[in-house]
Design a binder for this molecule. Structure first.
Ligand SMILES: Cc1ncc(COP(=O)(O)O)c(C=O)c1O
Length: 394
């Protein structure tokens, strides 16, 4: 958790931001698994235990391997520093719990990652924190909900299920005018496509499990913000124990080296696939910020440098037809999660059926035939051929 190197381009940051944290000239970073570190004399323990971000005392406080990936992500996002967590949800919940008390009020968007939404709706209510969920496309509704108790505005953009965007500049302006902290989940966009801190947002969180890790083989999360806030979050983490495991941080470090290459390819593949789907006779509505037909295409152009790898669209014929389409795919794997090198596909109505009834699913804007694609780095011609044959399958 150190700063600097902000002048490098993002591709170079991915490879060099952590170099000065290496103790020797090894080209590949070391994986340091030690949970505890010896001191020269007993008195040294007290100083170490109180020190924020110290990564060579006891692994719940931090580890050298996690400090390296934290440094890379912080520089990519343009923040003072970052802290690594065991999962995206660990990063999100520890961050929020660091800034709210009983009696406080939070404003969030109605569409959020499901576990984040559940944390706001169910968990925080048990501790006397009031949460208002508003339509993210209407900045006026955020403003209308602000009270003297509002401490935090939490957003996520683009977001499931319809790749809806939130105007980060406008949100940060109204929040600053009322001295309210802003947090943005930048998982879908990645720092390659969107830099919320540069748009005025105070805190960025990520599920590192997704694009930053990029290979569907690790679970991790992170928060990027100013040093004073990181100290507060680190303090909360000391009590809750959500720290990242060194091996997962090492895998994330290996993954992040190619983030720019992967995301550039995913942006390109997704735009071609979205254009193909938009013109396909078996496809209804399609939601991709890079298409002119997306209701917030102009906002996408303003705050994103690439439109990302996530697409949602409706298979004509409803639930059964969408299920049949997914079952007929060869390369697009039917699996949860997103952001990795392999293309993944899910049918949101089917996933949500375990927890919600049909009316609740419809209220979320999820049509029975809606399908979500997380585009990978396969040859786009193969992916298009696969999607076409599955859409036409009888
Ligand atoms: C946008 C977003 N934020 C946060 C999370 C939670 O991340 P994790 O599964 O690493 O806890 C997810 C997981 O899918 C996500 O998609």
């Amino acid at each position: 958790m150190r700063s600097g190197n902000k002048k490098m381009e993002i591709e170079t940051i991915a490879l060099h931001a952590d170099r000065d944290l290496s103790s020797n000239k090894a080209v590949a970073p070391a994986l340091e698994q030690s949970v505890t570190y010896a001191v020269d004399k007993e008195d040294d323990f007290a100083a170490k235990a109180e020190m924020p971000f110290y990564d060579q005392f006891y692994a719940r406080h931090g580890t050298p391997t996690s400090s390296k990936i934290a440094k890379v992500i912080a520089d990519m996002e343009g923040g003072d520093g970052a802290l690594m967590f065991s999962s995206g949800m660990a990063a999100i919940t520890t961050t929020i719990l660091s800034f709210v008390n009983a009696g406080d009020h939070i404003i969030v968007q109605q569409s959020l990652y499901s576990a984040t939404a559940s944390f706001f709706r169910k968990f925080l209510a048990r501790f006397g924190v009031r949460v208002s969920a508003v339509n993210q496309t209407s900045i006026e509704t955020f403003e209308a909900e602000i009270t003297n108790d509002t401490k935090l505005i939490y957003v996520e953009t683009p977001v499931n299920p319809l790749m809806t965007l939130t105007d980060l500049v406008k949100i940060s302006e109204i929040a600053k005018a009322h001295d309210i902290l802003t947090i943005c989940d930048n998982t879908f966009a990645t720092p390659v496509n969107q830099k919320p801190l540069q748009l005025g947002i105070d805190v960025v969180v990520h599920s590192v499990t997704k694009y930053i890790g990029g290979h569907h083989d690790l679970l991790s999360g992170c928060v990027v913000t100013a040093s004073s806030r990181l100290e507060q979050i680190w303090d909360t983490g000391m009590d809750l124990g959500p720290t990242a495991a060194p091996f997962n941080s090492w895998l994330a470090l290996r993954g992040v080296r190619t983030l720019k290459l992967r995301v550039d390819q995913q942006n390109k593949n997704a735009l071609q696939i979205a254009t193909f789907l938009e013109n396909h006779p078996c496809v209804g509505k399609i939601y991709y910020p890079g298409l002119k037909s997306h209701l917030q295409h102009e906002l996408a152009k303003k705050q994103m440098s690439g439109s990302g790898g996530m697409i949602a669209f409706e298979v004509l014929g409803g639930y059964e037809k969408a299920a049949q389409f997914i079952n007929s795919l060869k390369y697009c794997l039917n699996a949860a999660s997103l952001g990795g090198v392999d293309t993944l596909v899910i049918q949101p109505a089917s996933m949500f059926r375990a927890r919600l009834d049909d009316k609740e699913i419809q209220a979320l804007g999820i049509a029975p035939g809606l399908v979500r694609l997380s585009i990978g780095i396969e040859a786009v011609t193969d992916l298009i051929e696969d999607l076409d044959q599955a859409l036409r399958s009888k």
